[in-house]
Design a binder for this molecule. Sequence first.
Ligand code: GLC
Length: 575
Amino acid sequence: MQSLTWWQTAVFYQIYPRSFADGNGDGIGDFAGMIDRLDYLRDLGVGALWLSPHYPSPNADCGYDISDYTGVAPEYGTLDDFRRFLDGAHARGMRVLLDLVLNHTSVEHPWFRESRSSRDNPKRDWYIWRDPAPDGGPPNNWYSAFGGSAWTFDETTGQYYYHFFFKEQPDLNWRNPDVKRAMWQAIRFWLDMGVDGFRLDAIDTIFEDPALTPHESRLSQIEMLRIWRENRSPEETKELWEQFALMFRYQVQQPGLHELMKELRALVNEYPGDRVLIGEGDDIAYYGNGSDELHLVFNFPLMRTNRLTPAWVRANQAERLAALPPGAWPCNTLGNHDVGRMWTAYGDGVNDAALARLHVAMLLTLKGTPVLYNGEEIGMTDLLLERFEQLRDNQAVNLYHLAVGDGIDPAEAMKMAAAISRDRCRTPFQWANAPNAGFSPPGVTTWLPVNPNYAQGVNVADQEQNPDSLLNYYRRLIGARQAIPALLAGDYAPLHPDEDRYLAFLRTTPDQRCLVVLNFSPEPVTTGFDLNGARLRTLFSSHPRPTRDEHPERLTLAPFEAYIGEVIRIGTDWE
Ligand code: GLC
């Protein structure tokens, strides 16, 4: 078997620290809580933990606005607490990755405070300052991805600063070598401490066009919002996406990124133990030549649908795997802190429970490193907030104001805001069927409301008691995956490419071949595979199944069943 490193075989698990476990009873997650739950994570079978930002932050963007890159947010604990967490994870065989936000800092970061203090401050050029346009307005027509202009006027010095995200997140000027030096130092601080790698936030946006070329999108953001609310034909949707891309054309994926990623990779390579870089970027080119930029780049295109179908997944895999440079390793995910929860996003409203099992089986059997988002394993769902004061995601707050300003009825605007609000997937983790779902003590107001469905079995304690629960299914599935070399290392070869009821593929190493069949239909399917007379030894099924070997020429799957069988070799070769 090709020898693989830990980040190729481990199941990754994203922890959203604010919502994972509240150890001190203040309604906010923290390191004490995370430390208490390390055994839970080990028992789940995950091998690497990625923490969303744990740094000090005024929380204009829930921690993605960092005011100290080498500290710990006081509400999460101290640096010593962090060390205990890191050591505790390592002692249990789990790696730890941090979130690294390179594009911007918080307005509260000392670098920005200095930078904004005067035009001749030595850190002035650490951020992107420009004079107003002749009419006093912003330097150009660029938008912030979170709504409104990308430029904010600063009274003190009479110039505008640039921010791709919120105005509380000024973009660093990565063309200034001092910025890089300071950030590399912060990275070394964590690597020296023993952190195993980083998830790189929003890399697409690190550089912007220095000429500040205005965008040529025909639509304004408010017009887009109006059109978005109307029923659209596929042509109109396509047109909308094109205009959207035009809108940000000079602000994303600008020259310089690949050189920067190479430098970062070289820095990380100086450390022993195969530290890893995972990119939140849209471009497969961040893999570089397969070994000189990022180790992993999320396969986001897989997620860009509200219905995972066999055809969709096959097309995605065909395109993605073909595009990977030699030696590059795939990385698949179906959820994170920015999107709807997998259960809600890909459910059909009728078979959600069965689909949740099927989809995660797919994620864990496709080729590559799978990344789970905390709470998926107990079937947490989106929670739509009802009142404006409950919103914590300022993106939703902005949208609400934009909509109300455009004459939309406030109740309707609130529904729109709740539907896009990233709060919907960030609610407190549900540990027990108890007040506050066992996340915080009874009577405490949690930072976001707890989803009331904890009382309907969506909680860890109840599911631990039930052998058929989703949680126990996840444990069994992860355990199976980790024990089947072909699922970890094997090539991927789709079978029955025109079939729309099920997805079937082989995963093959020189020593082992497995057949994976995922029945996406609500009916049983009987199918046949020509595997040269070989038998199938059942290794895993989402459903109860006789333990006998199966004949691949006639294999019957229950509705939504996920089946993994080892192909019993009859000759010396697979073919
Ligand atoms: C990334 C993060 C998101 C954040 C944004 C700005 O997309 O995942 O949560 O708001 O970057 O940092």
